[in-house]
Design a protein around this ligand. Structure first.
Ligand code: CP
Ligand code: NVA
Length: 300
C-alpha cells in the first residue's frame, strides 16, 4: 500500500473510467501483446480469475504459475526466478506465503511486481475496496471505516494504510490477542486520520459509513482454527451490529466468507452488502493497476 500511495487516487479514477468504457462496449485493449506472469503459492478464486480476465480485456495474456509446478517450488532461488521471468513477461503478480518473498522478487525483477496477497498485506484488494466505496458513496475522504475481526491479518493491515492514504478515519475492533502490527498503526497515525483499535463490540459500528470484515482463519492459520473460533466469539457481524452503523452504511468482505463466523449470511447477502460489486471490482481495479504500471514502465 505504501508503494502505491501517490497513485491511489489516479488508479481508482482510472479503474472506474475503464469499467464504464468497457461496459459501454468501448475497447480497452491498452496492453496488446503484453504478458502477465502470475505466481501462486496459495489458493485463489478471485485473484487468479480477475487478473487473467483483466489481461484478456486489455488485449494481453496471463500465465498461471503454481509453485507446485514451477522450479521455484523445488528450490530455484527467488532471485533467478525474477531474473528469468523478467526476460519473458512484462509484469509479474505474486501471491506468496511470506511478504519477504514478494519484496525479494521485486528487488531482482526488472519488470513491475504486483503483490497478489502475502501474510502481511493484500493491496490489490484494498484498492478494489476503496474503489467500491467511492462508487457507492461518491468520495472517500472523511468516511468512517470500521473493520471487525482479525486485526492482525493482511486485510486489517492494508485497510489501515489504505484508509490513511485516502483520508478516512478507521476503527479496528478485534480481540486483544489479535491487535494489528504496530508498524501499520504507527504509519497510519502519521497520515492525519483518526485511528482507534478496540476490543469493545458494544457500539463497534457507531457512526460507520463502511463496515468490513474478513475470515478469522486466514490461509496459513488453519492449525489455529478451533482456538480462533473460540477467541473470536462475540465478534460476528449480524443484523444487530450492522443496524448500529449509519443507515446508508455499506458492508464489505473480500471473500471467501464463512457464514455464521465473521458475518451472518443475512448481512453478507443483505441490502447494505456490496460484496459482489466488490468481487467484480477486483477485475477493474487490477486493470487500472496494470495499465498504470505499463505506463510507468514505458516512461522509464
Ligand atoms: N479476495 C481474494 O483475494 O480472493 P481469492 O483468495 O479467491 O483470490
Ligand atoms: N485474510 C485472508 C484473505 C483471503 C483473500 C487470507 O489471507 O486468507
Amino acid at each position: 500500500m505504501l508503494d502505491l500511495q501517490d497513485d491511489l487516487t489516479d488508479i481508482i479514477d482510472l479503474s472506474i473510467r475503464l469499467k464504464k468504457d468497457s461496459k459501454k462496449g468501448k475497447s480497452i485493449q491498452m496492453l496488446k501483446g503484453k504478458t502477465l506472469g502470475m505466481i501462486f503459492e496459495k489458493p485463489s478464486t478471485r485473484t487468479r480469475v480477475s487478473f487473467e480476465v483483466g489481461m484478456t480485456l486489455l488485449g494481453g495474456h496471463a500465465i498461471y504459475l503454481n509453485t507446485n509446478d514451477i522450479q521455484l517450488g523445488r528450490g530455484e532461488s527467488i532471485e533467478d526466478t525474477a531474473l528469468v521471468l523478467s526476460r519473458y513477461v512484462d509484469m509479474i503478480m505474486y501471491r506468496a506465503k511470506k511478504a519477504e518473498a514478494v519484496h525479494e522478487l521485486a528487488q531482482y525483477a526488472t519488470v513491475p511486481v504486483i503483490n497478489g496477497l502475502d501474510n502481511r498485506e493484500h493491496p490489490c484488494q484494498i484498492v478494489t475496496d476503496l474503489m467500491t466505496v467511492q462508487e457507492h458513496k461518491g468520495h472517500l475522504k472523511g468516511q468512517q471505516f470500521v473493520y471487525i475481526g482479525d486485526g492482525n491479518n493482511n486485510m486489517a493491515h492494508s485497510y489501515l494504510l489504505g484508509c490513511g492514504i485516502a483520508g478516512m478515519d478507521i476503527r479496528i475492533v478485534t480481540p486483544k490477542a489479535y491487535q494489528p502490527d504496530s508498524f501499520f498503526v504507527d504509519a497510519v497515525k502519521k497520515m492525519g486520520v483518526a485511528v482507534e483499535v478496540t476490543n469493545q463490540m458494544s457500539q463497534a459500528t457507531r457512526g460507520a459509513d463502511v463496515v468490513a470484515t474478513d475470515t478469522w482463519v486466514s490461509m496459513g492459520d488453519e492449525a489455529e482454527k478451533a482456538k480462533r473460533i473460540l477467541e473470536f466469539k462475540g465478534f460476528t457481524i449480524d443484523e444487530k451490529v450492522m443496524g448500529q452503523a449509519k443507515p446508508d452504511a455499506v458492508f464489505l468482505h473480500c471473500l471467501p466468507a464463512y457464514y455464521g463466523y465473521e458475518v451472518t449470511k443475512e448481512v453478507a447477502h443483505g441490502p447494505q452488502s456490496v460484496i459482489f460489486d466488490e468481487a467484480e471490482n477486483r477485475l477493474w481495479a487490477q486493470i487500472g493497476i496494470m495499465v498504470t504500471l505499463a505506463g510507468s514502465c514505458s516512461r522509464s
